[in-house]
Each structure stands twice: as structure tokens, then as C-alpha cells.
Design a protein around this ligand. Structure first.
Ligand SMILES: Cc1cc2nc3c(=O)[nH]c(=O)nc-3n(C[C@H](O)[C@H](O)[C@H](O)COP(=O)(O)O)c2cc1C
Length: 322
């Protein structure tokens, strides 16, 4: 049984999870002793994420938050995946735990945020790197750090090529504009999407913002911006899966969420540089060059130290509970 006054809190923490373009592609269906997380395909990203791998990674992030919160509130959980047609749902069974196991990472769920600002060149220490790598206990999932200047040079052409492809793709840009919230008023009203302040941009209003995105964000400007971002990034982490399927994507989301919370605990900033994983042709080149063999790279994250950024919004709980 889930205690009545715990249910909303459990879902609130789960929904603090990150998601591609802050789409929050989930619904939570409560039962007496279960919470089922359902994919919400109306919030999918058909251009940036045609096969829904990022959608399921986001669901995995929400699942990990839910599990960590359950532990903090005195529950044991068991997870079961349910496939029906093209959808995979996650059923989380709750049982009261006589010996509560609070996870330190619970304290970082609300503090975690994606920081897209410039990082200092301060290196990530070996002990911090070890703590980050230790979050991955899944055989099917690998984390590959890139910490030297040579490492960064290896990744640079893939990041630049994919950033250029995406910016030159009208469909990609339209999808991005659609999910960008060009003022705080718009972000508060919708409770989702990419608030311009989290992208290091001022509040522009939708009309001006759309014009500026279409006119000023070009393949050339993005490549220049990314060159600078890379030079200010002391470390990248590449996440790969052995089996490229929803079950692994959900597991990867769980691992990634523990990584992001651990990074927050250690005072590190992180942000996504996923473009080479999203663009099929670039992903393929990256697999060959980095000799990833049968692994599929699905997340590329930059890590370093920077100032906090404004937080993203979330939808009201009534909109995410089914
Ligand atoms: C699977 C996944 C893919 C993401 N891809 C990108 C990305 O390509 N570029 C980016 O800047 N942020 C990316 N993000 C970060 C989200 O935009 C971010 O989580 C969302 O805007 C909510 O902000 P918050 O994490 O700070 O709460 C991704 C997040 C997830 C979970």
C-alpha cells in the first residue's frame, strides 16, 4: 500500500527528472501499491528522437527518481516492464520497508539541473571521476570518459558535424522552436519546454525569438559556439548500450540519473552534447572511429565546474497523473 499523503510527493520528485527538450514524456498511473510510468508519445520528438530512445531514457530518469524517493519515504520497490504494442510501460510495486534505506542521492533530486553555461577549465579529480563511474553497475551499459585534450580532439569533429547537420535542418529547428519557451510567462503557463534563460538567452517573446533562431542560429554559428564550449569542457562522458532497445534505454536513463545526481553531489555541472548520438550518419562514424564495436552511443555529456543556472519548469501534477 502507498500511504495516501505520500503519493503526490513520490510523483512530484519523479517528475523532476530531466527529459529531451523538457518534454516530460510521461504519465503516472497510481494504483493501491503501484505507480505505472507510461510513455506519452504526444510529447515525443519525431525529428530529434525518431526512434524514441531519448523518450525512454527520460522515463528511466523518472523511474530512478521514483525509486530513490520511495526509499527515502520508507518503501521497498520492485520494477516490472510491460510491453504492449509499440509501448513499454514501467510498473513500480511498493511495499512498506521496516528498515528504511535512505539514499544520499535523494538530497540532490531538486538541486540537479542541466547547466548550459561555459565551464571553467578546472579538471575533474580522479576520485570524483571514480565516484561517477561507480554509478554504473549494469553490464549492458558503459560509460567512457574523455578527459585529455587529445580525447576532446577525438570527439570534436563528431560534435561539430552533428551540430551543423541539425542547425541546417529546418524540421529540427522548427521542433526546437516549438519546444522553446521564449518568456518566463510562457514557460510558467505551459510548465514544460526549454526556457530561453536555461539556454543562456534573454526573454525574447515568441515572435522575435522565432525570427532570431531562424536568422542567427546557423550551422556556422553553432560550430563556432561548440568549438568554444568544447575548449571550456574539461571532461566528456559517453554512455553506450549493448542492446539498442527500450529496456536498455530505460536502464540507461536510470544510470544517467544516478550519474547526474552524483555529479550534483560533487558540485559538478553537466549538460548534453548529444548531437552525434542523435544524427545516425555521425553516430555510425563515431562507432567506427572510437572502436565501439557492438555498442551504441546514446548520450554524450559534458562535465565541469560553473555557476548555477535558472531552473526549468515542470507541469502541474494534475497534468501528469492519469
Ligand atoms: C534523454 C535526454 C536528452 C537530452 N538532450 C539534450 C540535448 O541534446 N541538448 C541539451 O541542451 N539538453 C538536452 N537534455 C537536457 C534537457 O533539455 C533538460 O533535462 C530539460 O530541459 C530539463 O531541464 P533540467 O534537466 O535542468 O531540469 C536532454 C535530457 C535528456 C534526459
Amino acid at each position: 500500500m502507498i500511504r495516501e499523503n505520500d503519493l503526490l510527493k513520490l510523483i512530484k520528485y519523479a517528475a523532476q527528472a530531466p527529459s529531451g527538450h523538457n518534454t516530460q514524456p510521461w504519465k503516472f498511473k497510481p494504483g493501491k501499491s503501484t505507480v505505472t510510468i507510461l510513455p506519452d508519445f504526444e510529447r515525443a520528438l519525431p525529428v530529434a528522437d525518431a526512434d524514441h530512445h531519448e523518450l525512454y531514457i527520460s522515463i528511466g530518469c523518472a523511474l530512478e527518481n521514483l525509486k530513490i524517493t520511495a526509499g527515502a519515504f520508507g518503501y521497498k520497490t520492485e520494477v516490472q516492464l510491460q510491453n504492449s504494442g509499440a509501448a513499454t510501460a514501467v510498473v513500480v510495486h511498493f511495499e512498506e520497508n521496516n528498515e528504511p534505506e535512505s539514499d544520499e542521492l535523494f538530497n540532490y533530486i531538486e538541486k540537479r539541473q542541466v547547466r548550459r553555461n561555459m565551464y571553467t577549465t578546472q579538471k575533474v579529480s580522479e576520485s570524483t571521476m571514480k565516484a561517477l563511474l561507480d554509478v554504473c553497475r549494469e553490464k549492458n551499459i558503459r560509460m567512457k570518459p574523455f578527459t585529455t585534450a587529445d580525447d576532446r580532439e577525438l570527439l570534436t569533429p563528431f560534435i561539430l558535424e552533428a551540430a551543423s547537420l541539425q542547425t541546417g535542418n529546418n524540421k529540427f529547428m522548427n521542433e526546437l522552436i516549438n519546444w522553446t519557451r521564449f518568456s518566463e510567462k510562457e514557460a510558467v503557463k505551459k510548465g514544460d519546454g526549454l526556457l530561453t534563460a536555461t539556454l543562456n538567452l534573454p526573454n525574447l517573446g515568441r515572435f522575435l525569438g522565432t525570427l532570431l533562431f531562424k536568422g542567427l542560429i546557423t550551422p556556422r554559428s553553432e560550430m563556432t559556439r561548440w568549438k568554444k564550449v568544447i575548449s571550456y569542457t574539461p571532461c566528456f562522458m559517453l554512455f553506450t548500450v549493448e542492446k539498442n532497445e527500450p529496456q536498455s534505454w530505460i536502464k540507461l536513463g536510470q544510470v544517467f540519473q544516478r550519474f547526474a545526481l552524483t555529479a550534483t553531489e560533487y558540485g559538478l555541472s553537466h549538460a548534453h552534447a548529444n548531437m552525434p548520438c542523435e544524427e545516425g550518419s555521425v553516430r555510425k562514424k563515431m562507432i567506427d572511429t572510437l572502436n565501439l564495436k557492438t555498442s551504441t552511443p546514446l548520450l554524450l555529456i559534458r562535465l565541469g565546474y560553473s555557476q548555477p543556472m535558472p531552473y526549468s519548469f515542470r507541469r502541474h501534477l494534475t497534468e501528469v497523473i492519469q
